[in-house]
Design a binder for this molecule. Structure first.
Ligand code: 0RQ
Length: 509
């Protein structure tokens, strides 16, 4: 294959992953590339985990020596080779801003790992502002290094620009498995600043280029270059189930009605779609509908979006990362010349920028864990305390989008849990940010409704029949209590459904 390290100075810094990992000190703040299983470093984190394991097993407990741990900052979720490996050896002291790894999750929920769950658009400005402290090392996967030392970004951009700018030292992983034709698909914007120096970001169309195709890089800061040849995580693609299909049908019927009423254009508005089974079902349904020339301003490109690009349903997609199945990757590689000029990858502070989401009028579609009868949404916590994944970009898009749609099956865990509860056990998206809630039962349009009107709409349209009466009963008794009629609650019962689940294994009374 063609040489990918063209910069002479950096060619001399090629070394093994083990040698590179040895350059990362204990306690370091490490910024890694990676977003939804794409473009994360494949070799150095693994070598570092081995080193940490060896070091920590040799600590004499009587000396009081602290274990070797690092702080890991990324774009979003990574993969077993990164989050999984480092969490397994208890090598992560602090993790931010998003994860979805089962071992990581376990360490967070057993109190062994600190986790800062952030709006993904805010990570770069936080880092520039110095709120996380100094970044010691950045470990960044790239497709190649150009002669002048600038970098061809990989299958995700995430926070790579800011990590490269902020880190004292940089380790690059050049991954030969990534398609060399990714070159030119990126748009790295260099015009961001901190207040009071911010200027408008002049992006008025999802297809617009406002930046550069390459990442600038100070070669003096590069301490190692590691060559790899491994694929991205690429979660297998699950075909849509009945529940997801019904949710998609409700959303499509809603779009159709909004177009008829003149509240949405025929090409809709730029779509943002979360990852997973339900968002993919919505994309599939859109693809088999009458739509043409839609656009997308989102975080991740999933299989469904490739299909929509191919059929012409989607004219172009702007994101910060890919999240494809193995079949999706194969399709992308085979037809990369077709996809190349229809997909743009941007830094995540631009893909998720509140200013742009608001200006473009994005249609935000994200999953929920539970919603309450007044429209508050919990996307992150199980039974109020245990972290699932994190808020990710859902808040960036939900608050600032033209439409914010939250979707979920109406029940979880075999029907024992209702996704609609009297009061959410944790709030990520408040009643003020949530415009539409959809389950397989139906769609509740909350726009312009007062809290009590919303309660009736949500119970009627979204709740599962097994829980409808129980919810109505709660609402009616809360109203009858006369405590406060704006958002009626029975304080001693509001979280009793969760408590009942923990005690009996079911929310059913
Ligand atoms: O657990 O697999 O162990 O059975 O939660 O639930 O229904 O499969 O839905 O995979 O779409 O995830 C909100 C977590 C939904 C996701 C959430 C259990 C359920 C199952 C998953 P099991 P489903 P999904 C773009 C936007 C935040 C980030 C975001 C998410 C598991 O959408 O992480 O939106 N969102 N990012 O059984 C107990 C409940 C439950 C429950 C579901 N009420 N109680 N368990 N589960 N509801 C992407 C990025 O930002 C990168």
């Amino acid at each position: 294959s063609k040489a990918r390290i063209l910069c002479p100075v950096l060619k001399q810094k090629v070394m093994s992953a083990e040698a590179a990992a040895a350059l990362i000190p204990a306690g370091a703040n490490v910024g890694m590339s990676g977003f939804t299983g794409a473009g994360y470093p494949k070799a150095v984190p693994n070598a570092l985990a081995e080193r940490i394991k060896e070091h920590n097993t040799q600590i004499d407990p009587n000396t009081g020596e602290k274990p070797f741990r690092i702080n890991v900052w990324t774009g979003a979720s990574t993969a077993p080779e990164l989050d999984g490996k480092l969490a397994e050896v208890d090598g992560i002291e602090m993790r931010l801003p998003f994860q979805s790894d089962p071992i990581c999750r376990d360490r967070i929920n057993t109190g062994k790992m600190n986790y800062v769950d952030l709006h993904l658009s805010e990570v770069a400005p936080y880092a520039w502002s110095g709120f996380f402290g100094n970044m010691d090392v950045a470990v960044i996967e790239v497709v190649g290094i150009r002669e002048d030392g600038s970098l061809i970004p990989s299958s995700s951009l995430g926070n790579n620009k800011v990590w490269i700018e902020q880190a004292d030292k940089i380790i690059l992983e050049v991954n030969y498995k990534q398609n060399a034709r990714l070159e030119g698909m990126h748009d790295v914007y260099y015009g961001t600043a901190l207040p009071p120096n911010r200027k408008p970001i002049m992006l008025t169309d999802p297809a617009q280029r406002i930046g550069e195709a390459y990442l600038r890089c100070d070669t003096d800061k590069v301490i190692a270059v590691v060559e790899t040849n491994s694929p991205d995580r690429n979660s297998p693609f699950k075909p849509s189930d009945e529940v997801s299909k019904r949710i998609a049908e409700h959303i499509l019927a809603f779009f159709e009605d909004e177009i008829k009423r003149g509240r949405l254009p025929a090409e809709l508005l730029p779509l943002q779609s979360g990852v997973g089974n339900i968002p993919n079902a919505v994309l599939e349904a859109l693809d088999s509908g009458p739509y043409k020339n839609l656009t997308s301003y989102t975080e991740v490109i999933q299989d469904g979006m490739l299909k929509m690009l191919k059929s012409g349903t989607l004219a172009m997609a702007s994101a910060t990362a890919f999240s494809l199945s193995p079949e999706g990757i194969e399709e992308f590689d085979k037809n990369i010349e077709f996809y190349r000029n229809k997909i743009l990858l941007r830094p995540q502070d631009i893909s998720n920028h509140p200013e742009i989401a608001r200006r473009l009028g994005v249609i935000a579609m994200n999953g929920l864990i539970e919603a309450d009868i007044y429209g508050n949404v919990n996307s992150t916590h199980i039974m109020g305390s245990r972290m699932m994944n994190g808020i990710g970009g859902s808040g960036d898009f939900a608050r600032n989008g033209y439409l914010s749609i939250f979707m979920s099956p109406s029940t979880a865990k075999g029907g024992s849990i209702s996704a609609i509860v009297p009061m959410v056990s944790h709030v990520d998206h408040t009643e003020h940010d949530v415009k539409i809630i959809v389950t397989e039962q139906g769609l509740a349009d909350l726009r312009g409704l007062s809290p009590r009107q919303r309660a009736l709409e949500i119970i009627d349209k979204c709740a599962h029949p097994d829980f409808k009466e129980q919810l109505r009963d709660y609402f009616e008794r809360a109203c009858a209590s006369g405590r406060g009629m704006h958002t009626p609650h029975l304080l001693n019962e509001a979280l009793s459904w969760h408590q009942r689940f923990e005690e009996t294994g079911s929310m059913l009374a």
